[in-house]
Write a protein of this length. Sequence first.
Length: 166
Amino acid sequence: MARLRLLLAAVMLGTLLLVPATAQAAGSPTIPVVGSGPTQTFTGSMTIDRFVRQGNQILAVGTLNGVVSDLAGNVLTTITNLAVQLPILGTTTASCAILHLELGPLDLTLLGVVVHLDKIVLDITAVPGAGNLLGNLLCAIAGLLDGGGPLAGLTALLNRLLMLLG
């Protein structure tokens, strides 16, 4: 089942970016979704309800309907109104710089002991993502003064376009 979800997510992401949406009666765009794996195929559609910003990604939120079939065409599973959230853009940054510290060479002579320390460079970087609780927290804190960044404006624009379609 996990492989099926990964297959569906990959297919829908590619379809979402490449196939133009068609207006549905309710006003939400419906995107045809097709894909195949080594032993299964999927044919269906995704209805986009809205776009949301989650961390440093924009997600299309909606429902998925379709059928999973084997290569002979036998229906294995019917998917009806499955709630999905799919990233439509990759992360804007793979990591967040938290601290960059450079110390020059240090020499210490104390009671006949000489300590020499060469240049030290300390970089602390937070990596956001699923399961990276501390990385997500530090990146969120580091971005507090960014005013939402470019994704906030893009998310608002995509939601306005959805409203115009409806």
